[in-house]
Write a protein that binds this ligand. Sequence first.
Ligand code: MG
Length: 405
Amino acid sequence: MTKITGIRCIRTRADGTWTIVKVLTDQPGLHGIGSASDHYHGAAVTAIIEQSLAPLLIGRDASRIEDIWQSTLTSGYWRNDSILNTALAAIDVALWDIKGKEAGMPVYQLLGGQCRAVVPCYAHAAGDTLEELLADVRHYVDEGWPVIRCQLGQYGGGGFLTPPETSLPQNAWSQQAVFDDEAYLEAIPAMFAYLREHLGYGVKLTHDVHEHLRPHNAVTLAKLLEPYRLYFLEDALPPEQIDYFRLIRQQCTTPQAMGELFINPHEWRPLIEQHLIDYLRCRVSKIGGITPARKLAHLCEFYGVNTAWQEGGDNDPVNLAAAMHLDLTCWNFGIQEENHFTPEELATFPGHPVIERGYLYSNDQPGLGIDIDEEAAAALLDPQRARQAKFIAEDRRADGSMVRP
Ligand code: MG
C-alpha cells in the first residue's frame, strides 16, 4: 500500500493566481500534482486543502481514488461548491498522477487507452474591427487550427456603446462604455455574415456570449446566427437561466455549448438528458477532477453530447494536462479549448502538454506526464503583484446595473 504522507499547496504565476497541489507518499520519490487554481479565491482553496482535507487524508491508501473522492465530497456535509470542488479536483488529479506513475503508464492508459491520436483544440481569435478579426482568424486557419472562436475584442465586444455624456441618465454611474443587448444583437450576426462572406463555410467557427445577454435575447441571437452554421455558440445563457435552452432548441439549430460555470450535477443533468445542449464545457478542476469528469463524459456519450472541457486565460498547465488525458480516451470528445503560456511559465512545468498547429500532444510519460519545478515556481511568483486584489470584469448597462457574469 502506498500511503499519503503529506499534501501541500504551491502558489505560482507572476500574479499568484495558480495553486498547484503536491500529494506526497511514503514511496521514495513518488508524488502527484493537481491544479487547485482559483483566480479569485485561491487562498480559500489553499485553506481547505491544507487545514481541512490534508489532516483527513494523511495516512490513507493513495490507490483508493474513488473512495477518497466520495468521502471528501461529503466530508463537510454541504457540498458541490466551487471552492471545495477545486480542492477535491486537485487531490483527485494528483492521485491519478500517482497511480499512473506506479503503473508505469500515462493516465490515459488507466482510463481505457487512446481512442484518438491527438487532441484538436480551438483557438481564440479577436479583433476590435471586422478587418482585424478576419486577419486573426486567417492567421489561425493558416496555422492549421481546426476550430476558431471569434470575438469582437473583449467579452461582450460589439455590444458596448459609448453614449455622449448628455444622453446618459442623470446620476448614472460613470462608465466609459456600456453594454447594450440590442447593439450586440446587431453586431454579432453582422460579424458572422462578414466572416462567412470572406472565409466561406469550410472553416469551423464558434462564438462566446459569456452570458452577457438577457435570456430572451440569447434566444434571438441563437436564431439570428443559424444561417452562419456555427460549430457552437458558447454560454448563451448564465447558469441561473438554463431553462431557456428549451426555447433556443425550439427556435433554431445553432449548436449550444454550455457549462464552464457548472459545479453541480443538477446543472448539467437536465440539459444532457433532455438533449438541450451539444457540447459540455465544464472545467475539470471545478467539478472535482478526473474522477467525476470521466463519469460525466460517459453520461454525455449516451445522449449524443460532446465534451469541450474549458480552458482559457486563468487556467494552469496541470489542469490542461488532466483535460488532455480525458480527451484522448473519451470517444464523445468534441474539441478542447486551447491555453497558451509564456516560456517562463512552461519552464516551471517540465513535461507540459504541447500544442502545435492547433493540436495538443501528450509526452506519453507515466502519470500526468507533467511535474512542477518548485524553484522555478517560486521565482515566477512576483510577491508585489500577488498581493494586489483581482476583480472580476464589471460590465454595466447604461443605468449602471451589472451585466452578468
Ligand atoms: Mg467561455
